[in-house]
Design a protein around this ligand. Structure first.
Ligand SMILES: *Cc1c(COP(=O)(O)O)cnc(C)c1O
Length: 378
């Protein structure tokens, strides 16, 4: 007799037990965003070093006012191809295209959906996707859903990429996918060099600018994806590309066709945020300067973006360091496998224009006091 299959509850309970034992268990904690860079979780207030609101635009009075002024209806009422494509959507896609110097731009429900819809609309069975080893999960999910052959090149390793390109052979389309600023490592990609390789092998280059908006120029990529949910402090995703490519996506990207459009209020807030970001050079560099100060205090390589990783090794060490900082009033998430590779668990600091110089000083003092260094094993 074959063994009885586990019940649904047994299956989940056993899986959760394994996650607990490996220190990979995750739970949702209701979090309230307060003014400045403060948050409240479980009744405790922290200085937040775990957000993606790099320029503080989610709470900028002009952004909130613009969103409020557009809130005649809640929701969009339909997908973009039916009745959901609002005047605000039209206006924001033009503003994004203009800001990026691109011919056109298409909006999606989120960055995840933009990757899913774009990649599956352009490649399929018989095609090749070459992805950076650390490319975001949504690019990998999209690659798998597309049915194309997926191969990974070592992180930022153009020599390895070129070796894989040399084996491009009989594949019909070839798509290279990467991030402009890597979400867990904060390092920047040399898109211009990658574009040269792409052109030399008749490949298309797709970059995801989720963490690079306002920090990096992604003009070298054919397909310039991004999100409205990080630097712009709103919600939604987009792809900037030549008009014909955008029209193709509107006609074929399933995550755009079969999902409701973004609400006008969110879009109006994102547009005001975009205008503020592109008109204020000091705002764009402020979070990077915070990251550079903390990197110098830790004695690690200079920060290239507002994201600063401090690699501590195993999940337990990263959790212990995060816990110590939390007790001292700093919210710095521990990033563990499977989000990052085994043995590369880390603290991930993300800096915001909302942080004050005093808050940055307090953080560096706390790191010193608690002996949190690149080599600590707490
Ligand atoms: C956050 C992120 C996404 C997902 O964007 P959402 O708008 O949150 O869905 C996609 N790609 C990268 C690189 C990201 O960091």
């Amino acid at each position: 007799m074959p063994a009885q299959p586990p019940s649904l509850i047994e299956f989940c309970t056993a899986g959760l037990r394994a996650r607990h034992e490996a220190h990979h268990y995750r739970a949702l904690v209701p979090t309230r965003t307060l003014e400045g860079a403060m948050i409240e979780r479980g009744g405790v207030r922290y200085i937040n070093f775990g957000g993606n609101d790099y320029f503080g635009l989610s709470q900028h009075p002009e952004v909130v006012a613009a969103a409020g002024a557009a809130l005649q209806i809640n929701g969009a009422g339909g997908s973009a191809l039916l009745s959901g494509y609002s005047l605000q959507a039209e206006s924001l896609s033009h503003a994004l295209a203009q800001a990026k110097g691109s011919e056109a731009c298409v909006l999606f429900g989120s960055g995840y959906l933009a990757n899913l819809g774009t990649i599956t609309a352009l490649v399929g069975k018989g095609d090749l996707i070459l992805a950076d080893k650390l490319a975001h999960a949504c690019m990998i999910d999209a690659a798998q859903l597309s049915g194309a052959t997926l191969r990974r090149f070592a992180h930022q390793d153009l020599v390895h990429l070129e070796r894989l390109l040399a084996q491009r052979q009989d594949y019909r389309h070839c798509l290279i996918v990467t991030e402009t600023v890597f979400s867990m490592d904060g390092d920047r990609t040399d898109l211009a060099a990658m574009r040269k390789l792409a052109d030399a092998h008749d490949c298309w280059l797709l970059s995801d600018d989720a963490h690079g908006l306002g920090v990096m120029d992604d003009a070298a990529a054919h397909l310039r994806l991004g999100t409205l949910s990080k630097g712009l402090g709103a919600y939604g995703g987009y792809v900037c590309a030549p008009q014909a490519v955008c029209d193709w996506l509107i006609n074929t990207a399933r995550s755009l066709i079969f999902s409701t459009a973004l609400p006008p209020s969110v879009l109006a807030g994102a547009q005001r945020a975009l205008e503020l970001l592109y008109s204020d050079a000091a705002l764009r560099t402020r979070p990077l300067h915070h990251a550079q100060r903390v990197a110098a205090a830790l004695g690690i390589a200079d920060a290239q973006s507002p994201i600063l990783p401090l690699i501590l090794g195993d999940a337990e060490a990263a959790l212990a360091a995060s816990q110590k900082l939390a007790e001292a009033g700093f919210w710095v998430p521990a990033i563990r496998p499977p989000t990052v590779p085994q043995g590369r668990a880390r603290l991930r600091f993300s800096f915001s224009a909302l942080h004050t110089g005093t808050q940055i000083n307090r953080l560096t003092e706390a790191l010193h006091t608690h002996g949190i260094t690149p080599h600590s094993h707490l």
